[in-house]
Design a binder for this molecule. Structure first.
Ligand SMILES: *[C@@H]1O[C@H](CO)[C@@H](O)[C@H](O)[C@H]1NC(C)=O
Ligand SMILES: *[C@@H]1O[C@H](CO)[C@@H](O)[C@H](O)[C@H]1NC(C)=O
Ligand SMILES: *[C@@H]1O[C@H](CO)[C@@H](O)[C@H](O)[C@H]1NC(C)=O
Length: 576
């Protein structure tokens, strides 16, 4: 990205500035906000049943919103087994809101969705719908047949809230064969690890979360981690830890933070200047068992909100969770006693909200399986930090690189299988600030390659390879008008690429996802809030596997959709 066109753009914009009235556009009919991803519901099929579980209007202008919990019982005729379960959360707001909100849905303390609100820019009603394939939580869903609790919370950190934020939560249960073109789910990583839903899902979340402030744990930098005691069945032969995170307050846009070694007293940037790198990790009884650099979901109010209306930023509706395969570590957990599973974020600042689920697959043919750790290479993520500053201007860089390898065996009725987990991480964050703080350029490289290989003796019986790449470039420039609002111009490019390759005996399958957004726009900012703006955004989403290909491109300009093309065969849509 070069600075030059941006400056031209900026000049052009400055010329029109005096005629612009910083006010919300005239109200229009309801605005639908959307995230154009793969529809998780089955095309041309109606669910066996749809169950509405929660219908709630989150309070009117109240700062503290307690969690909402309802008792749930699976209706008769709807019970397991299902081929697919889809969660649908329909939300609506009846007034503009400056600040995004993060929300979550739990089933008996098991988180099944972390989501955030799109920009609510107009006085008109806004509505949106989040659909998520939740088949991997089938164990907890079928337990609800005997009664359970569905809870939802909207993070209460910001005082201003659209007059009413209404939410309906429902489940769609599908039975019977899936057509070949709809067997996979949107995220290749999820499909790679949860092809068979686990037999048990144990929450690593706050106790008694159905009252008060919800099931998520809050971490504020120090300590970086929270822990919960977990007892796993002695016949567990496979385990994956799934971690949900969202970042708030000083870390709301951590991926844009410069690194500064010295803080000037009164420097407003000091509290958010801890470098653009965070590492999410887990430990079992204090031992590191894996980690990830989180995917940088851009919340709607973090960078010019006008970029994200009506198409929201990648991952805002269904914030991607992070999975760690714990199978090589089962030896630590199989003694029938409680163990401490901790989750944390290195370099976190105030504050993050975390909860996790431990997915367990159990051996129905034995009461106890045996397991042993074979190889544990103490993971070293080499992190280099560098910053050079002259007053407001300068450059900061954080590089992280590392690999890890864990090997363990599990002997069950399936045989004595050795699982090897390898992971390679490459991360780089560069933040430069010029023109006395007026221009900021952010460049992030985030790549990860994970492989889980299962062997019986010398024979490889399974292999899952996952690739993730999430480059991000943001350029912002600010024009200050003495005593008035500031004008911020932004250009942004953000991507999420995921690929999964799965080999079971001799059968091979693959799935790839490419989600890409290019956006450019301006906003008038007063007291840290965008008052007026305009933007254009291009989104490109492509999913394919050996049976299907789905492509959708959406172009938006000044809050309206200009082009929206979708193809279920990836043909007939030009990438113009
Ligand atoms: C849910 O069930 C519990 C236990 O049966 C009961 O105490 C509670 O009042 C119920 N809550 C609601 C909202 O119906
Ligand atoms: C929730 O469902 C009710 C009843 O069907 C409907 O009137 C309402 O508009 C829905 N709310 C949202 C946010 O979709
Ligand atoms: C399973 O295999 C591993 C490695 O080959 C071996 O060390 C271990 O003793 C075996 N366990 C059992 C119960 O046979």
């Amino acid at each position: 990205m070069h600075l030059h066109p941006l400056l031209l753009f900026l000049q052009a914009f400055t010329l029109v500035l005096p005629s612009v009235v910083p006010d919300a556009p005239a109200s229009r009919a309801g605005v639908e906000l959307l995230d154009p991803t793969l529809p998780p519901a089955l095309p041309a099929r109606t669910p066996k049943c749809t169950v509405a579980v929660l219908d709630h209007a989150f309070a009117v202008g109240v700062a503290s919103l307690p969690v909402v919990s309802v008792n749930y019982t699976q209706p008769p005729g709807c019970s397991a087994p299902w081929t697919r379960v889809v969660l649908e959360v329909a939300m609506a707001a009846s007034a503009p809101a400056r600040k995004h909100r993060v929300a979550a849905v739990w089933l008996d303390g098991v988180e099944i969705l972390r989501t955030s609100t799109p920009p609510l820019l107009t006085a008109a009603d806004s509505f949106w719908r989040v659909q998520k394939d939740v088949t991997r939580y089938a164990a907890i869903l079928s337990r609800l047949a005997g009664g359970g609790t569905v809870s939802m919370i909207v993070d209460n950190s910001a005082v201003d809230l659209a007059a009413v934020l209404a939410a309906n939560v429902s489940f769609h249960f599908y039975r019977g064969e899936l057509s070949a073109s709809s067997t996979h789910t949107g995220h290749p990583g999820v499909w790679g690890l949860y092809r068979e839903p686990a037999d048990l899902v144990i929450p690593i979340s706050r106790e008694h979360g159905s009252y008060g402030s919800g099931f998520w744990f809050q971490i504020s930098g120090n300590p970086h981690a929270v822990a919960a005691p977990v007892t796993v069945p002695r016949n567990t032969y496979r385990s994956v830890l799934e971690i949900f995170v969202s970042y708030h307050a000083d870390d709301e846009s951590w991926y844009m933070n410069p690194l500064r070694f010295t803080y000037n007293a009164g420097d407003v940037a000091a509290s958010t200047a801890n470098g653009g790198f965070r590492q999410l990790y887990a430990t079992v009884d204090g031992r590191f068992v894996g980690g990830h650099v989180p995917y940088a979901v851009i919340y709607s109010s973090s960078i010019n909100p006008y970029l994200w209306s009506p198409v929201t930023a990648i991952g805002t509706f269904d914030i991607p969770s992070h999975d760690i395969d714990l199978t090589p570590f089962l030896e630590l957990l199989l003694d029938g006693r409680p163990h401490e599973v901790a989750i944390g974020v290195k370099d976190a600042q105030k504050y993050w909200l975390l909860s996790a689920n431990l997915h367990l697959w159990v051996d129905r043919w034995s009461d106890a399986v045996q397991a042993g750790i074979v190889e544990y290479t103490t993971p070293t993520l080499k992190v280099n930090r560098n910053g050079q500053w002259h007053n407001q201007d300068g450059h900061s860089e954080v590089d992280a690189e590392g690999q890890l390898r864990f090997v363990g065996w599990v002997s069950s009725s399936k045989g004595n299988m050795t699982t090897t987990v390898t992971q390679k991480v490459r991360f780089k964050s560069q933040v430069s600030v010029h023109n006395r703080g007026a221009v900021r350029q952010v460049d992030v490289v985030n790549k990860e390659k994970t492989a889980v290989t299962t062997k019986s003796g010398q024979r490889t019986v399974g292999k899952v390879q996952l690739l993730m790449e999430a480059p991000l470039q943001v350029q912002t420039s600010v024009v200050r008008v003495a005593g008035g609002p500031t004008l911020e111009n932004t250009r942004l490019s953000h991507q999420l690429h995921e690929a999964a390759y799965v080999k079971e005996l001799s059968a091979v399958s693959m799935s790839t996802l490419s989600d890409r957004q290019e956006a450019e726009g301006s906003a008038m900012v007063h007291d840290g809030e965008a008052q007026w703006g305009m933007a254009s955004t291009r989104s490109y989403y492509k999913y394919n596997d050996e049976n299907s290909c789905y492509l959708r491109t959406v172009t938006t300009e000044e809050g309206a959709i200009k082009v929206d093309m979708a193809s279920r065969s990836c043909s007939a849509v030009s990438d113009a």
